[in-house]
Structure formats: C-alpha cells, structure tokens
Design a binder for this molecule. Structure first.
Ligand SMILES: Cc1cc2nc3c(=O)[nH]c(=O)nc-3n(C[C@H](O)[C@H](O)[C@H](O)COP(=O)(O)OP(=O)(O)OC[C@H]3O[C@@H](n4cnc5c(N)ncnc54)[C@H](O)[C@@H]3O)c2cc1C
Length: 457
C-alpha cells in the first residue's frame, strides 16, 4: 500500500494550491482527479461563463454602435467562434492546472475516481493509498429537482451548456438566481428568445428587493421574458421542444421552448465518496460537516470548497485552502467565521456584493445608517453610456463600520472591494470620505455617497 503525507481528492480551487504547499514543505502528496483538471470554475463555471459574458457584451455594444458614433452594419453572431473562444479559455486554464501539478516535486497526480476505504485510506483505480491527512475538495454539480416530467424531457445544465454549438431558438431557463440570470443575458445577447421561470416572487431572492427589481428591469429592457411565482413547475415533451408548466399568478399557464436549462441550485459530490467507510459526517443536504478550521468530525480529514456548504464560490474555496494551509504550516489560527461574505453576479452591468443585506441588518437589531444612489448620477457611468443600476451602502450608526453594500452598475464587481477592504480593516467608513480617489471612476463617488447616509428604515 502506497503511503503519502497527504492525499487530496479533487483539483478544484483549493486542492492544487494545497498540494503545492505540501510539496514545497518537502512532504509527499497525492492528488486525485476524476474529470478535468481545475474543476467547476475552470471547466463549467466561472471561466467559460465569464468568457461568454465578454462575447455577449461586445455584441451588445456593437449593436449600440450608433449611440457611440459608429456603425458596423448588421451584427451577426457566429456561435461556433463564440464557443471556440470560450473553449480556448477553459482549456488554457485546465491545462495550466494540470501542468502545474505534474511539474511539482513530491506530488503524485492520479486520474481516477477516489473513494474512502477507511479514515486514512482511499481507493483509486483499484489501488489503495494511505495518508496521515486527507483533504476532500470534490465540489458539486447541478441539481435536477424532482419535478413532474423531469425524466421525460432532455434538459441542459451548466455542464452540458458548455458543449452546445447552436443557438437555442426559444430558450427557457428554470431558476432566476445567479447561474440562470447570467446564461439568460448571455443567450439573449447572442440572439435567443429567452424566458426565465422562477418559483419565487422575485429574481435572486436572497438579495434586497430593490436590487432584485433593478436586475429585473435591466433584463426586461433587453427583451428577456420573466415569469415569477411559478409555484408548480412541470416539464412536458412537445414537437417544438419542451413545454414548461408554471401556474403563475398572471399570464398563460405554460411556456414552450426549444431547449430548457435547469439552473435551480447545486448539490455536493459526496454521495459516491465512501464517506461512511471513513465515518465522515454529512448534513441532510449531503454537505460535509466541518468546524471553523474545516476539519471534519474525523481526526485527520478536512473538507474544502463547495462540498462543505460554507461557501459556493471560487474565492470561498480558495479561502478555505488559505485557512487550512495557514493553520497547518504557519500556526496562524485562521477561521472560516472571520471571512466577510462577498460575491458578484456577472450580468451586465454586474452586481458586486459584500457583507449584510438589508434583511440581515434588520434582523441583527442594530442601529444603522443607509444610503441609496442611482448610477445615472455617476459621471463615469454616463460618460461610458452605462447608467443602469444603483449603489447601496449600510453602516453601523455607533461604530461607523460598514455593514454591507451592493453596487449594481458598471464596474460594480471591482468597486465593491474598496468597501470590502475597509470592512476587513474594521475601519470606520469615514476613512473613505477622507481618501482622494481618481477621477473619473465609480469609486470616486463613494465619499460623496457616504456623505448622504440617513437613518436606516
Ligand atoms: C455556471 C457557473 C458559474 C459560476 N461562476 C462563478 C463566478 O463567476 N465566481 C465564483 O466565485 N464562482 C462561480 N461559480 C462557482 C464556482 O465555480 C465554484 O464555487 C467553485 O468552482 C468550487 O470549487 P471547489 O474547489 O469547491 O470544487 P470544484 O471546482 O467543483 O472541483 C471539484 C473537483 O473534484 C473532482 N472530484 C469530485 N469527486 C471526485 C472523486 N470522487 N474523485 C476524484 N475527483 C473528484 C471533480 O471532478 C472536480 O474537478 C460558478 C459556478 C457555476 C456552476
């Protein structure tokens, strides 16, 4: 039986960096991958979708040429070239991860599916490997909920979307959250007729209501159909493709499309890992239970990234790696609970978010100040001709620390970091008011906006 200092299962956003830390420390490490190197982000998540967002944005701007003083004639989309660009970006990243891992001294790279045999051993390709420490970084996959007709019709997921080389004519997207909205705008801009079907009363239900409404306005302005309150979704095969039953409050009870994408959440890849043989505990949704330093209930086994349910982003998975590595190699007792919630929704314009939502502030019961400012009054936005969206910031009335913010607008995914870093510094928002920012930028408006704080209602 081969023995290693550490075994890592999965090459997502945490595993490869952790392998490098072990290898650099002169420890032997085996890293196991059953599919493409780099995991979800690189192959079926962030990289391909953001590459498609970029194509869709360029096409959108080209169509608006007259507003900027140029004409390109009829803008025609070549879906194969759009796909080729996306594939090139993903392949580059995936191959980069693989080459990095294979080039590491002390690191054994194994292609195959791993499953636990005991608390300190895993089986892969009929071989049993043993280690003092085992790190699980297996990620997740699209959820296909049990709904009437789901087994009778073909449907797409974020993974199979990567292979389509045609433009869906009438594209139905079930799920009005982050993944669904990005695909909706991408395909609308590429030329599909798009309908979003959402069970809840509004899009991105986790966000504040005004943000949901502003996002809806942005998407509807581009001709995306949005059907909310679809309480009873069902699928049925039709000659034209698929009918999605809705039972909505208003409008016809079904929409018919040529293709349907299910974007209704994700589940962890934990059911086929043999976790029971190692005694590793999972919660009712299949996420591996971990403590604040990502250790499972079994000594010597950790879980990082999407599979532990403590985050669902590339940066949370990478942050998990940093927490584990700093605890192990630097005796720096970093904890998951120290991190501040932050993410972006990559529609155009993007939404950058950090900290608490209004609902969370309200629930916390603290006295707060808040401000809301339209993007249409930001010089940089109207210079660029991209004035949709709003900026919202909420601060603690006593400590003056920022509690949360949402920047829906041009550059929102970048500008949010000004606020996020001040939050990490635990500094009062007044620091931003005294900073000199560069003109013309969206960030330069933050001091002005913070000067307009009023009691939070
Ligand atoms: C469409 C889409 C867009 C997204 N966009 C963004 C974005 O813009 N920004 C962002 O921060 N996040 C985004 N995400 C989320 C992000 O992709 C994930 O949070 C991130 O990839 C999770 O990384 P991870 O390290 O947990 O695991 P993953 O990246 O999922 O990697 C897990 C790896 O483990 C392997 N594996 C699983 N089981 C086994 C086994 N038994 N044996 C061996 N190998 C195994 C898998 O093959 C996979 O390669 C997006 C997700 C989707 C679906």
């Amino acid at each position: 039986m081969k023995h290693f200092d550490a075994i890592i299962i999965g090459t997502g956003q945490a595993g490869p960096s952790l392998a490098a830390r072990f290898a650099d420390a002169g420890k032997t490490v085996a890293i196991i991958e059953r599919s493409k190197f780099g995991g979800t982000c690189v192959n079926t998540g962030c990289t391909p979708t953001k590459t498609l967002v970029a194509s869709a944005y360029a096409i959108h701007v080209a169509r608006r040429g007259a507003e900027y003083g140029f004409s390109v004639g009829d803008v025609r989309v070549d879906i194969n070239r759009v796909k080729a660009r996306k594939d090139a970006a993903s392949t580059r990243s995936s191959k980069g991860v693989e080459a990095w891992l294979r080039g590491m001294t002390n690191c054994t790279v194994i292609q195959g599916e791993a499953s636990f045999q005991s608390p300190n051993s895993v089986m892969v390709n009929d071989e049993v490997l043993e280690a003092d420490k085992i790190y699980i970084n297996v990620g997740g996959r699209a959820r296909a909920p049990e709904m009437p007709g789901i087994h009778d019709v073909p449907f797409l997921t974020n993974s199979s979307m990567m292979d389509i080389d045609f433009l869906p004519e009438q594209f139905i997207i079930v799920g009005g959250s982050y993944v669904g909205l990005e695909f909706a705008q991408i395909y609308r801009r590429l030329g599909s007729e798009v309908t979003i079907v959402e069970m809840g009363p509004r899009l991105i239900g986790r966000e504040d209501e005004d943000i949901s409404d502003a996002v809806r306005e942005i998407l509807e302005a581009e001709g995306i159909n949005i059907r909310l309150n679809a309480k009873c979704i069902s699928l049925e095969k039709r000659d034209a493709g698929v009918a999605v039953g809705l039972t909505c409050e208003e409008g016809p009870p079904e929409v018919v499309g040529t293709q349907v994408l299910m974007a209704v959440g994700r589940i962890p890849n934990t059911s086929d890992l043999g976790l029971d043989k190692a005694g590793v505990a999972i919660d009712t949704r299949g996420y591996i239970t971990v403590d604040d330093q990502l250790q499972t209930n079994v000594s010597g086994i950790w879980a990082l990234g999407d599979c532990n349910g403590r985050g669902a982003f590339t940066h949370t998975s990478y942050n998990d790696y940093e927490i584990v590595a700093d605890n192990l190699f630097n005796a720096d007792h970093r904890r998951v609970s120290d991190r501040i919630q932050a993410y972006a929704l990559y529609i155009d314009p993007p939404l950058g978010r950090c900290g608490m939502t209004d609902a969370e502030v309200r629930k916390s019961g603290r006295r707060a100040l808040a401000v809301k400012y339209p993007m249409s009054r930001v010089t940089r936005a109207y210079e660029k001709g991209e004035t949709q969206g709003i900026i919202k910031i909420c601060v603690d009335a006593e400590t003056k620390q920022i509690l949360g913010a949402a920047i829906l607008g041009v550059g929102g995914d970048e500008v949010i970091h000004v606020l996020l870093d001040v939050m990490y510094a635990k500094a009062p928002y007044t620091v931003i008011e005294r900073a000199m920012h560069i003109h013309p930028t969206v960030a330069e408006y933050l001091p002005t906006i913070l000067g307009k704080l009023v009691p939070f209602a």
